[in-house]
Design a protein around this ligand. Sequence first.
Ligand code: SAH
Length: 458
Amino acid sequence: MARTILPVKLHEKITVIIDDIRIDGMGIVYVTPTYPLYIADAIPGEKVFLEVIQVDKFSGYAKVIEIIEASNKRQNSHRQYLIAAGTAPLVNLKYDAQLELKQAQIKKLFQDKNITVTVEPTIGMHNPTYYRNKTIVPVKWQGGHLTSGFYRRGSHELVPMTDYFVNDQAIDQAIIKVRQVFENYKITAFDPDFEKGTIRYIMIRRGYYSHELMVVLVSNESALNFEKEIVKDIVAQLPEIKSLLFNFSPKKDFVLLSPNNRTLWGEDAIHDTLLGYDFIIGPNSFYQVNPQTTEVLYDLAAKKAALKPTDLVIDAYSGIGTIGITIANRVRQVIGVEVIPGAVADAQINMRANNINNADYILADAPKQFAKWQSERLQPNVVFVDPPRRGLTRELIQATTKMGPDKFVYISCNPVTLVRDATEIIQNGYHIDGPIVPVDQFPQTSHIESITIFKKNS
Ligand code: SAH
């Protein structure tokens, strides 16, 4: 077999001008028209001196040795460790430029599919730092101490981190305190290389308005040595704590949390409010991580849906019922569907807690439930979908367009799957109504949230 001659060699050093930026925030330079190199922390237009660190058949990776001419969009955040960890890849890009980038990326994805749309400027945050209400971090014994941080992109090397820059600072403080308690009792940390050890992660959630704190100790073992003492010490260290949970999550079975929770102290869940409504949030339930922009996002989505008191509304991928519950008072009925049992249980509690009597949450796979609704000839007026990053399925889109709601409101956290799904929705008799609105739910990261309204063709 003929060997492909690659345009760069491993460890080769070259000076280039950065051409573009990838959807994940990596800079791109095309060393030939078909061979890109990807570079962390490199901004389009910058002249940089690079070292090639990986060469694959169709693309490679390089690292910046020196920035020769910096972009005027660059800022020095003094937080290079966030780039190494990959947790805030845009931290050296000025915030205005981050917002512009997100708008431009959505525009380009639609353009590439020949779909004509207007994309509004991204709605950003006044203070785009320390916004996350949840984090989950790995721990590791290093140099005689239990450290917490992030694994270096694609490795098992833990980058120690105490200032995550995007987490609520009370959460960063709580991680350090919990970690210290484990260190005091010499609790082992799970080692991903040997698949041994006890503590895998510390997960913390904090209510933005309520300030209620949930701590979840995620363990590879079913029991925790010194459990009584550890519980007592953690509770003493964290005055805001409302819920301390033990999650038994053996590595071979689960990526992060398992459904296996044991309450060590306090409640099984915490509460917070969103748009004035009260929500109970369990450990396994999805809850938007940026409470400030979530209020903007939901408010805008509801306005754009132009809801009527006679409407039957579907809230799909409903989590703990946040979208449905915040709009129920404006419509005739809400039905939601969600696949995580704990989230559906929370949604039902949330309905009652907010005196909502015209909503119903169903535990099911959304595409299957949509097919069922369609076969039952359900006629919703408005359908909200808020899927995970993989987007919708063809089955769900076809069931929706056959049910024929006037409006199909798509809240997306991944513009790549949004555009793919938009093509399908448009082919099935809908058009995009008004501009797409990006809302920056994830400042400093490359993630992009947006609202798109599809309207049935008349
Ligand atoms: N609308 C909610 C949740 C959005 S996140 C909010 O904004 O808070 C996406 C949700 O989709 C998660 O709760 C996830 O558990 C759920 N989900 C993922 N796959 C699903 C499927 N196949 N069927 C139904 N729900 C699913």
